[in-house]
Design a protein around this ligand. Structure first.
Ligand code: ADP
Ligand code: ZN
Ligand code: ZN
Length: 724
């Protein structure tokens, strides 16, 4: 009898497909195959073999296998199967997430070798009418190192032109020049500095890889030298054959971290992030799959890659919300990393100066080992934080007079200042003081942000934008003014106040271009007096030795939000941004402007001990029956009308019928209309995660077979990060 295989496709379907395995072919789980699918062919991944074929159905045979080894090795396959079940996302899409785009499309799993071309300096003369060939020859002559075939085509030339020149022996194939950072070889590695006694003490508590699975939460205040500890740990514990994974929140924002790893480990360092192109991804993927002893520094999705000899996992800034994918396969890279370490029987280290309440709770409960590092490395001292009450104080660009004075003193003493503004653009609202009109997004329930540099009004929730007007678009009044402040406005005020000081703005608008953050930071790294103005982006992992003053222009945003995570995120951002200051030999000072200087959370902030605040926040979470004390999942619906969205959720609600599972809603989402889609949610909350998981599996299976109005969609989000 012919054998059979069950196959997953890269489609949002909660089902698999059965095929015959033709004679002479053997397949294994995790292997890529080409199959007939409807009238087309599709790329599938084998999930199971030798299944009992369903009776009465004639199965079609697999076309062929794309390679004779599984693209997803055993452990990676198990990890993704677990994640598919835990996050309730279709298995096929989960498995395909672990393949680079080229392999998803069915390309061969080999690196395409790029052709390079160079001028020979000899050959036959070109005929007078060969203008195009002449232009190409001149173009190539300007590239001394030669040029890549694909770049030549991109510059507007053709393959036949290349061939014609090569036939005339005017150009020849060349050896590739090393161009991308991925292929740069840092042969020289340098020794890491000696760890301080406090770092040594912390490092000595980290379990060795031989011991098998362990999860450690390394709580180390900002600037305490956690990165240095990771470097030492890997240096001491990886053999020359081992692989390691270091997850970071957003690699483009922290080029310094990658550079530090490269200095110690040279060409063993490989990076993985969203800015890699398809061939860079394929190349990195193949190295990992082939078991090359790489240390991969990567963002969220790196945790799903097919490592074959992983010996250690590190999750840096483990509290960062970018670890949770916000759409599609909504997994948490941090939590998947912990499960991966468990499957793989190796250690995982979660590091942060502001651990997530989830991880801290796990540490308090003994699931994770808590390691504390509460001194700064080198000579640096923790910054002093003080609140600056701005009720009834005049503000300029959001800055109070004492804050401006402190900036002046900082610059005068030769240091740098950092001003943290939580919004980009010039102002979050434009309002008419005659008729009260506020400019709103026509597609969302939000206001448009004024971007003065581009004279545009932009929606930060969809891609809508329109030209900014001088007067009120409704009544034409000239009393049409910005309310609140964004980075552009603060930058302008500072530029007017400190005309001789460079102002460096860092936000999504100023760093749009790839690599531009490196250039921006060059100016800061020079150490000369300057003022940094920026959003959250500045809070992440940077080391600015000469910044001695941090001003937070408004701390109040997260204090009264409906989202139960908002206070936690506020405190984390405030401490992270505070931690950018005073990292060198000069002490740092942080001024937090607020209208609520008697708020208990902000008062604890001034003592600067994060774990005290975390204890306080955990008590509130427990009293409110929120995670991490309970497990949560959210069904979301979006449709052309709110009625349809609520109807979908209303039809789900009666399916939530297991004991001990609470249901809240359905309710419209905080931003009920986004890009003309009406959104609502139904929240499930329980103390029995297993039961919740089983229930969700059943509900999703039921919903899969149902028809909803055209354009209406439902989604499930397990362990949601955003609950508004
Ligand atoms: P964290 O990751 O905890 O924020 P880093 O590892 O980036 O801290 O260290 C903060 C700063 O202190 C860096 O400039 C780093 O080079 C320096 N540093 C860390 N450990 C040491 C050490 N043992 N001796 C001297 N300088 C150190
Ligand atoms: Zn008006
Ligand atoms: Zn919008």
């Amino acid at each position: 009898m012919l054998s059979t295989a069950r196959i997953a496709l890269n489609r949002p379907l909660r089902r698999l497909f059965d095929y015959l395995v033709p004679e002479g072919l053997t397949v294994k789980p995790g292997q890529r195959v080409k199959i007939p699918f409807g009238r087309q062919q599709a790329i599938g991944l084998v999930v199971e073999i030798d299944i009992e074929p369903p009776a009465g159905i004639t199965l079609k045979p697999i076309h062929n296998a794309l390679e004779d080894w599984p693209a997803l090795p055993d452990e990676t396959f198990q990890l993704l199967s677990w994640a598919s079940d835990y996050y309730q996302h279709p298995l096929g899409e989960c498995l395909f997430t672990a393949l680079p785009p080229a392999l998803r499309r069915g390309r061969p799993a080999t690196e395409k070798v790029e052709d390079w071309w160079q001028v020979c300096g000899s050959g036959v003369a070109l005929p007078a009418n060969a203008h195009k060939q002449k232009t190409l020859l001149d173009w190539l002559a300007q590239h001394e190192q030669g040029a890549k075939g694909s770049d030549i085509i991109r510059a507007g030339f053709t393959r036949p032109q290349l061939k014609a020149l090569s036939d005339k022996e005017l150009i020849r194939a060349a050896l590739p020049a090393n161009e991308s950072p991925q292929t740069q070889h840092h042969k020289e590695t340098i020794a890491a500095p000696e760890l301080s006694p406090a770092q040594l003490e912390a490092a000595s508590q980290l379990p060795l890889p031989e011991v098998g699975f362990s999860a450690s939460l390394l709580y180390g205040i900002t600037g305490s030298g956690k990165t240095e500890i990771y470097l030492h740990y890997l240096k001491q514990n990886l053999s020359s054959k081992d692989q390691a994974l270091v997850l970071v929140p957003e690699i483009n924002l922290t080029p310094q971290t990658v550079a530090r790893f490269q200095r110690y480990f040279g060409e063993r360092i490989l990076v993985w992030h969203s800015a890699l192109n398809d061939s860079e991804r394929l190349s990195a993927w193949l190295k990992i799959r082939n078991g090359e002893p790489v240390i991969l520094i990567g963002t969220r999705s790196a945790v799903l890659l097919p490592f074959t000899s992983l010996k250690a996992l590190i999750v840096d800034e483990e509290h960062d919300s970018s670890y949770k994918q916000g759409e599609g396969f909504r997994y948490s890279g941090r939590d998947v990393a912990v499960y991966r370490a468990h499957l793989n029987r190796c250690p995982v280290i979660l590091g942060s100066a502001t651990p997530s309440l989830e991880s801290y709770h796990n540490a308090l409960g003994g699931k994770y080992q808590l390691i504390r590092l509460e001194e700064r490395a080198g000579e640096a001292l923790p910054p002093t934080i003080s609140l600056l009450d701005i009720r009834s104080r005049p503000l300029e660009g959001g800055l109070s007079r004492p804050a401006l004075q402190s900036i002046r003193q900082t610059l005068d003493s030769g240091s740098q200042a950092l001003v943290f503004v939580n919004r980009r653009g010039f102002a979050p609202v434009m309002m008419c003081f005659d008729c009260g009109h506020m400019v709103e997004c026509p597609r969302c329930d939000t206001r448009l942000t004024y971007h003065r540099r581009d004279r545009a009004m932009r929606c930060h929730h969809c891609d809508y934008q329109t030209a900014a007007t001088e007067t009120c678009p409704k009544c034409n009044s000239e009393a049409f003014k910005p309310i609140g402040q964004g980075t552009e406005q603060t930058e302008d005020i500072l530029a007017a106040r400190f005309p001789d000081t460079p102002i460096v703005r860092v936000d999504r608008d100023s760093t749009q271009r790839r690599g531009s953050i490196q250039n921006i930071l060059k100016q800061v790294n020079s150490g000369k007096p300057c003022i940094l103005v920026g959003t959250q982006m500045l809070a992440k992992g940077h080391d600015f030795p000469n910044v001695t003053l941090v001003v937070v222009i408004n701390a109040d945003g997260g204090l009264f939000s409906v989202d139960f995570r908002a206070p936690e995120q506020l405190i984390q951002t405030l401490l992270q941004v505070s931690g950018r200051g005073g990292r060198g030999s000069k002490p740092g000072k942080v001024l937090v402007q607020t209208c609520h200087s008697d708020h208990p959370l902000l008062r604890t902030l001034c003592h600067g001990h994060y774990l005290d605040m975390a204890d306080q926040l955990l008590e509130e979470r427990e009293a409110g029956q929120f995670p991490p004390f309970r497990s949560m999942a959210i069904f979301r619906a979006e449709a052309d009308t709110m009625e349809q969205s609520l109807q979908i959720l209303d039809s789900i609600k009666p399916l939530v019928n297991a004991p001990g599972i609470e249901v809240w809603g359905p309710l419209p989402a905080l931003i009920a209309r986004r890009a003309d889609r009406h959104r609502a949610q139904l929240v499930l909350n329980t103390d029995n995660r297993k039961r919740l998981n089983m229930l969700l599996t059943n509900i999703c299976q039921t919903l899969e077979g149902q028809r909803f109005p055209k354009g209406a969609k439902w989604m499930i989000d397990v362990d949601p990060q955003e609950t508004g």
